[in-house]
Design a binder for this molecule. Structure first.
Ligand code: PEP
Ligand code: MG
Length: 577
């Protein structure tokens, strides 16, 4: 009988086209739990305590396994689960519920897990909403201990498959053997979910948020996924499969071809060299980064450390994270950005008032200058970690000199305090600002006299220059870093830093776009920081350039009126080189 293929579409979060058999993973479900009253609450409390102890042992075993075979990155995620288990807002309310309402241990776990997960789910920020999955994961682990659940484990996989699941929790992914997993498909999950982050760092193709479509997929079904577009084809017809096999072969060949650029210097044909750096959000992402061709970390978004927890990370926790990054980079520079919270990024444990215009409101450096204890703790942690590598400090969302000077004064004070305590700090820690607000770009000459470096954040610079919300799809047609006004601001910043003998980096997504390479090379951008997946392509683009020709291109581009003209000129330039 001829197969009838089914086309489905989810969110493509990790590149790669793959074809393989589906492995449908169904872990223990909350729906299997029957709620009920307990005859003896004391017995239930003991059962719960034993289940908790069992989970801790199990998690510690998994952590040890992860550290040995799968790397520190996964181990850290599991450590996060142990801290959830020990969180005062999670486990103690379960024992309380058993004692007060005389319910079974299962009922208590189910209700409290749902309550805590619902709090995360109601948060406006996507990243925080996705943390609900971590809470449910810990709850599920407790429940499966209580009911002694014996299901098919991901660690049973012994052949190449595409894993299909409702959601993949952090502890699920720890059990995966990368050699056998061609891809992930999940019913729920977004771009910043742990599954997306892990799929990216493991280089596994992934399509998330497919919705009810996953229910069509059965064990052993043939499945094609495209991790870039989010397309899935279930039970493909022969011709479809043949066409996709050609695409896969081309992808493998392209990957192979790009390999030679990994460790190559980003040097133009006439010998001008640029520094290529990577953006990271977690210490795990820094592991092995030099092997991916990164010469530095140009942006470490520290807010992820704050957002992935239910309580504020203390100085020690932060110190450990920053030191881990410094050590993974083996002496290569690391630009640590201080907390960039607010806007669309909220912290559940930091009460901030609702705002009409959060992107223009109480966020990033504004919040840090107001809540100085928080800022000082972070600066202490970064400065202590600076003894272990080449850390630099960068302040986000600087709008004027007053703000910069205030932040620097606090930094100087924290540093002096540490020195007076006899704590070792880095000898020369450079201090810079993100240029992501037009007012800072316009004042670049003044700033250049005082800062050590600039890093241009095009993601926000476009949003504030063109007055276009970077999250709003309705106006996304206006969101373009090739807008001539944005290019003029970038030029002002680079020129100002050169005149003052300082350097300029770029950590917004423009730096990772090979099409922008001739423009940025012509403008003389010093450090280019991007997602590690873009490094090879950008290095390749740079090696095809001639600096003098790029400078002529810049001259022409600066006279253009629209983003469309700029883009056309860059496409024409690219096709010639
Ligand atoms: C930027 O604004 O360009 C940037 C790199 O920072 P974020 O995307 O974290 O706002
Ligand atoms: Mg920004």
């Amino acid at each position: 009988m001829k197969a009838t293929e089914i086309k489905l579409r989810g969110l493509g979060v990790s590149d790669g086209t793959k074809a393989g058999k589906a492995f449908v993973y169904k872990p223990f479900s909350f729906a299997d739990v029957v709620e009920g009253k307990a005859d003896n609450p004391d017995t239930e409390t003991v059962r719960l305590q034993e289940a908790k102890a069992g989970c801790v042992t199990e998690l510690n075993d998994l952590i040890e396994k992860a550290q040995k075979t799968l790397g520190e990155e996964k181990a850290t995620i599991l450590k996060g689960q142990i801290s959830f288990l020990n969180d005062p807002s999670f486990y103690p309310p379960m024992e309380k519920l058993i004692a007060n309402d005389r319910v079974t241990a299962e009922t208590a776990v189910l209700r409290i897990t749902n309550q805590v997960a619902a709090i995360f789910e109601s948060m406006p920020n996507e990243y925080m909403r996705e943390r609900a999955a971590d809470v449910r994961d810990v709850g599920r682990r407790l429940l499966s201990k209580l009911v002694n659940f014996q299901g098919r484990q991901l660690s049973d996989i012994q052949e190449e498959v595409i894993v299909v699941a409702d959601d993949l929790t952090p502890s699920d992914t720890v059990q995966l053997d990368k050699r056998f997993v061609l891809g992930f498909v999940t019913r729920i999950g977004g771009k910043t979910s742990h599954t997306a982050i892990l799929a990216n760092s493991l280089g596994i193709a992934a399509v998330l948020g497919l919705g009810a479509g996953v229910e069509e997929m059965k064990d052993e079904d043939l499945l094609i996924i495209n991790g870039a577009t989010g397309e899935c084809i279930l039970r493909p017809e022969q011709e479809t499969l043949a066409a996709v096999q050609q695409v896969m072969a081309a992808e493998v060949a392209e990957k192979e071809r790009l390999q030679r650029f990994t460790q190559a210097p980003a040097m133009t044909k006439d010998g001008v060299r640029f520094e290529i750096a990577a953006n990271i959000g977690t210490p795990e992402e820094a592991v092995g980064l030099p092997d991916k061709g990164a010469e530095a970390v140009g942006l470490y978004r520290t807010e992820f450390l704050f957002m992935s927890r239910s309580t504020m990370p203390d100085e020690e926790t932060q110190f450990k994270a920053y030191k881990d990054v410094a050590e993974s980079m083996q002496g290569k520079p690391v630009v640590v950005r201080t907390l960039d919270i607010g806007g669309d990024k909220e912290l559940p444990y930091l009460q901030t008032p609702h705002e009409l215009n959060p992107f223009l409101g109480y966020r990033a450096i504004r919040l840090c200058l107001d809540q100085q204890e928080l800022f000082r703790t972070q600066l202490r942690a970064i400065l202590r970690a600076s003894a272990f590598g080449a850390l630099k400090v960068m302040f986000p969302m600087i709008s004027g000199l007053q703000e910069w000077r205030q932040a620097k004064a606090i930094y100087d004070d924290v540093r002096a305090q540490l020195v007076s305590e006899g704590v070792t700090v880095g000898e020369k820690v450079e201090l810079g600002i993100m240029v992501e607000i037009p007012s800072a770009a316009l004042l670049a000459r003044q700033f250049a006299k005082e800062v050590d470096f600039f890093s241009i954040g095009t993601n926000d610079l476009v949003q504030y220059t063109v007055a276009v919300d970077r999250m709003n799809e309705k106006v996304s047609y206006l969101y373009d870093y090739f807008h001539p006004a944005v290019i003029q601001l970038i030029k002002q910043v680079i020129d100002a830093s050169k005149e003052a003998g300082k350097w300029t980096g770029m950590c917004g997504s423009m730096a990772g776009d090979p099409l922008a390479a001739p423009l940025l090379a012509g403008l003389g951008l010093h450090e280019w920081s991007m997602s590690s997946a873009s490094i090879q392509k950008v290095k390749e683009a740079i090696t095809k350039l001639n600096k003098a020709e790029c400078e002529q291109l810049v001259e022409r581009v600066l006279a253009m009126d629209t983003a469309e003209q700029v883009r056309e000129a860059l496409i024409a330039f690219q096709s010639k080189s």
